[in-house]
Design a protein around this ligand. Sequence first.
Ligand code: ATP
Ligand code: MG
Length: 206
Amino acid sequence: MSDTPATVGLFGGSFSPPHLGHRHALEAFVAAVRPTRMLVMPAAVSPGKAPDARVTAAQRLEMCRLAFGDLPGVEIRDDEIRRGGDSYTVDTLIALGAPGVSVSVLCGADAALALGEWYRPDLLFALARFYCVSRLDDPAFAEKLQEKNRLYLDRFGAAVTLLDTPARPVSSTDLRAALAAGRPTPDLAPSVLDYIQREGLYRHDR
Ligand code: ATP
Ligand code: MG
């Protein structure tokens, strides 16, 4: 029997829509961290992001099921959507039972550099470990993260771990623009694209 404590993996975001960059990072995180359970959790409201009337939370949740539901051990969870309001990761960590439960959070490169400005960064770093993937289009990312990590260590006593796998240069923002303009979207899973077309999502620029 292993004496390694159980680790819950957490990947949050607006996922509007979820794309192959998210999936690639998720697979890299699971391979490296080997969480006992892996939760993908779309936010009700991503703090600081303008709401998008072209898509509902239920539709973002369904797209996450289509995008990631086939990955072994991955659970698509509606905890933040059910809680409603601004989805602060600290609240989610507390609800998951951290610090009693060991939680490892996956985030993208931009999020990793911005953690100090999230709600209650002191609690965030006390309640979970953070991992991120680097960006291919930013060769200086590792250096930037190192610099941030010095600040995180100094202020919060913990740092973000950089995974070996570089991220795919994809963003939901670019995909929403491509969908509104009728351009091809090779970075969406076919099942997600089918759903978007069936439901008529992201048809217009905002
Ligand atoms: P938007 O452009 O609307 O901000 P996004 O593509 O950044 O969308 P989010 O839903 O904001 O997607 O991201 C959820 C999480 O996934 C965040 O931690 C974000 O940093 C991360 N992420 C986003 N794109 C990528 C990518 N290409 N590779 C790895 N992680 C990513
Ligand atoms: Mg984002």
